[in-house]
Design a protein around this ligand. Structure first.
Ligand code: URA
Length: 234
């Protein structure tokens, strides 16, 4: 593939912009500046740098973000900054989308990708990929709350009660709640329907993939093949 096309596919701009970047000496391969936009390269595993920043060719982008509070998942946010402002330009340029959404005040694990099929599979109700939330409650957790969430609660606009796939008490005001669906405000609505109230909400796992301890709020990182496999486990 030609170098200008490779850069374009990785989100660095239009072909014209990529050609200009290359010609102006912004792009290096194996630590040597390459000023030929038309050089043919095998993109598989290709490492290059743009303005000294290292990149690796990836057919699709799969990343995780530790979403902080006060960010909207929309590209055109209304009241708060967008999560896309936390990502580097080339990721935004290749039009990654979030896999589902978290509320503005929810923190934790959020996946983003430019692979539409992957989004479809992960969010399909048929696949039943679990999502685990750490839920801080306003009132102390009691057996009635746990029992109601496990048995199922009827939410407004739903035909049948929805039950948690798992629900365990972690502290006086903290539960871990596992859901297999991703309905609008689902955790907040379920906890309210069970007679308590969500004070803070953090997604700590999707499938078998945990939010890593060393990924600070606001930081992102690439998903490696082992991470992608873990998503379908658990
Ligand atoms: N459930 C909610 O209520 N909010 C979220 O952000 C995610 C799940």
């Amino acid at each position: 593939m030609q170098l200008d096309r490779i850069l374009q596919s990785q989100g660095f701009g239009s072909r014209k912009q990529c050609r200009s970047m290359i010609r102006h000496g912004h792009v290096a391969i194996d630590d040597a500046i390459c000023e030929d936009p038309f050089i043919e390269l095998n993109p598989e595993g290709l490492c290059f740098s743009v303005d000294g920043e290292p990149w690796q060719y990836r057919e699709h982008a799969y990343v995780m973000l530790h979403k902080p509070q006060g960010y909207e998942c929309s590209r055109t946010p209304k009241h708060h900054p967008s999560i896309f402002s936390l990502l580097p330009d080339p990721l935004v340029g290749r039009e990654v989308q979030s896999v589902g959404r978290l509320d503005e005040d929810t923190t934790g694990l959020l996946l983003l990708t430019d692979d539409g099929q992957f989004i479809h599979q992960l969010t399909s109700p048929k696949r039943k990929v679990s999502k685990v939330y750490a839920v801080t409650t306003k009132h102390p957790v009691d057996e009635a709350l746990l029992a109601a969430l496990r048995k199922g609660v009827l939410l407004h606009d739903e035909q049948a009660p929805i039950a948690a796939a798992a629900c365990e008490q972690v502290d006086t005001h903290l539960i871990h709640l596992t859901l297999l669906e991703g309905k609008y405000h689902q955790v907040k609505r379920m906890v309210a329907a069970a007679g308590n109230r969500v004070e803070a909400l953090r997604r700590i796992a999707i499938g078998g993939l945990d939010l890593p301890d060393d990924l600070a709020e606001g930081e992102w990182r690439w998903l490696e093949p082992t991470d992608l496999e873990r998503l379908w486990q658990g």
